[in-house]
Design a protein around this ligand. Structure first.
Ligand SMILES: CC(=O)CC(=O)SCCNC(=O)CCNC(=O)[C@H](O)C(C)(C)COP(=O)(O)OP(=O)(O)OC[C@H]1O[C@@H](n2cnc3c(N)ncnc32)[C@H](O)[C@@H]1OP(=O)(O)O
Length: 425
């Protein structure tokens, strides 16, 4: 990145993530993101102050939230003169909001900013039937009570059927889980290794809570002080008993235990120039070094829907002059255990690295003891747009605890996209 100056991660704050239909079932995106933002402001002594800009997004958004970020600013403790804009890149949204603010800080256009993301699978927008919508719009534009009544007389019983959002790719009609199951079969990723990764995610998240890692990264919300999906007793033996939910026959290796749950939650990250952080006497956790987004042709090509990070990470490494093994921490979003395992396999595969990445040697292996050391989405949950902010804040704090080091972030997203980043201290 052609930075003119370094971009500091000063802090992060999120609300505990909840399972869909759970304690946040009646909370809106605005409620959750405002709570995460107000917690961040309070912790950093910024209530009532203006920051340069607030960027945020949600994957599932009601039409009333056309500029969700701005509405959240107006309902929060931030100075209402803080400008705000929305971002949408499916599960990459949270990190893309960080990119949006970070690049402006790097270029000297902003001194500080907050990035955020939120999603509610409980409060997903349900659309009116297209025909009914057209009739209602016609009625709205019609002149006089007679004209409106005439327009409304076009309503038919079949118009009552609503459009319920599906967790599926519009181009294929397949759910993310079905796509991931096909990729897992292609890479011969088995059930046992997926369950092992899932069990480890829960154990590591439980340990991180025990040692107070999240004490200054989480604000309790609506009676929840820990991620609701966390099962400290989740073992490979228990996970092995679950029935498969995605894939068929021998390909059916994915279960509710090794897939992320549908979730509700919000996260925020405070970014700034070093000068701004110093001026406000706020310690810097870590610095954002670079970002690369990628996309794959999963529609007409033969690449897996969630495999974009397998391409974006090598590009990021090349730009940074790094090899895969040169990081102290790896944060890979666990959309599904199989997604992480397929990506790791691809990087070790000579044919994939030669044919798809144009490399003479495989990208290599990474030390799984340094991968998602405090657990990740399988245990934490995955409110789509909130995951990026959670990961950036977790990694920045890990680096701050270590005193120095470098971390690599990889997040897959719907639409065949992905986003990656390097964070250092
Ligand atoms: C969106 C992007 O851009 C990119 C991405 O990230 S892609 C990923 C997007 N996310 C998804 O697609 C979400 C996928 N998940 C789902 O659709 C659903 O969570 C699911 C179909 C996998 C499961 O739904 P469900 O059946 O309602 O789950 P749930 O009832 O909680 O669990 C089923 C059983 O497993 C058990 N279970 C779940 N996790 C467990 C664990 N870790 N240990 C032990 N048991 C567990 C539950 O206790 C439950 O058991 P009972 O039936 O005995 O009560």
């Amino acid at each position: 990145m052609s930075t003119t100056r370094r971009v500091a991660v000063v802090g992060g704050n999120r609300i505990p993530f909840a399972r869909a239909g759970g304690p946040y079932a009646h909370a809106s995106n605005q409620d959750m993101l405002t709570a995460a933002l107000d917690g961040l402001l309070a912790r950093h002594g910024l209530s009532g102050q203006r920051v340069g800009e607030f960027a945020a997004g949600a994957v599932l958004k009601h039409s009333r939230d056309f500029n969700l970020a701005r509405e959240v600013v107006l309902g929060s403790g931030l100075d209402p003169r803080t400008p705000a804009h929305d971002v949408q890149m499916a599960c990459a949204t949270g990190l893309e909001t960080v990119v949006s603010i970070a690049n402006k800080i790097a270029l000297g256009q902003l001194e500080s900013g907050i990035a955020g993301g939120v999603d509610s699978a409980s409060d997903a927008p349900i659309e009116l039937n297209d025909e009914l919508r057209r009739v209602l719009l016609r009625a709205n534009h019609a002149k006089g009570p007679g004209g409106k009544l005439r327009a409304l007389s076009g309503v038919r019983p079949q118009h009552v059927v609503p459009g319920i959002p599906r967790n599926a790719e519009p181009r294929t009609g397949l759910s993310m889980g079905e796509h991931a199951a096909r990729t897992a079969a292609a890479w011969q990723v088995g059930r046992a290794e997926q369950d092992e990764l899932a069990a480890r995610s829960h154990q590591r998240l439980a340990d991180a809570y025990e040692r107070g890692f999240f004490d200054d990264l989480i604000t309790p919300f609506q009676g929840l002080s820990r991620d609701q999906n966390l099962r400290p007793d989740s073992s490979e033996e228990k996970l092995a008993k679950l029935e498969p939910v995605f894939g068929r026959g021998e390909q059916a290796t994915m279960t509710a235990g090794n897939s992320t749950p549908l979730s509700d939650g919000a996260s925020t990250v405070l970014l700034a120039s070093e000068e701004w952080a110093n001026h406000h006497r706020l310690p810097v956790l870590a610095y954002l070094e670079d970002f690369v987004s990628g996309a794959v042709d999963y529609v007409s090509g033969d690449e897996g829907l969630l495999m974009a990070p397998a391409y974006a990470v090598p590009e990021l490494l090349d730009r940074a002059g790094n090899t895969l093994d040169q990081f102290d921490f790896y944060e890979m979003h666990e959309a599904f255990a199989s997604q992480v395992l397929c990506t790791l396999k691809a990087w070790q595969d000579r044919e994939f690295c030669s044919r798809r990445l144009g490399r003479s040697e495989p990208l290599g292996e990474l030390d799984t003891d340094r991968l998602n050391v405090n657990g990740s989405s399988l245990a934490v949950g995955h409110p789509f747009a909130a995951t990026g902010g959670r990961i950036v804040a977790t990694l920045a704090k890990l680096l701050a605890e270590s005193g120095s080091g470098r971390g690599l972030i990889s997040i897959c997203a719907a639409g065949g996209q992905g986003i990656t980043a390097i964070v250092e201290r």
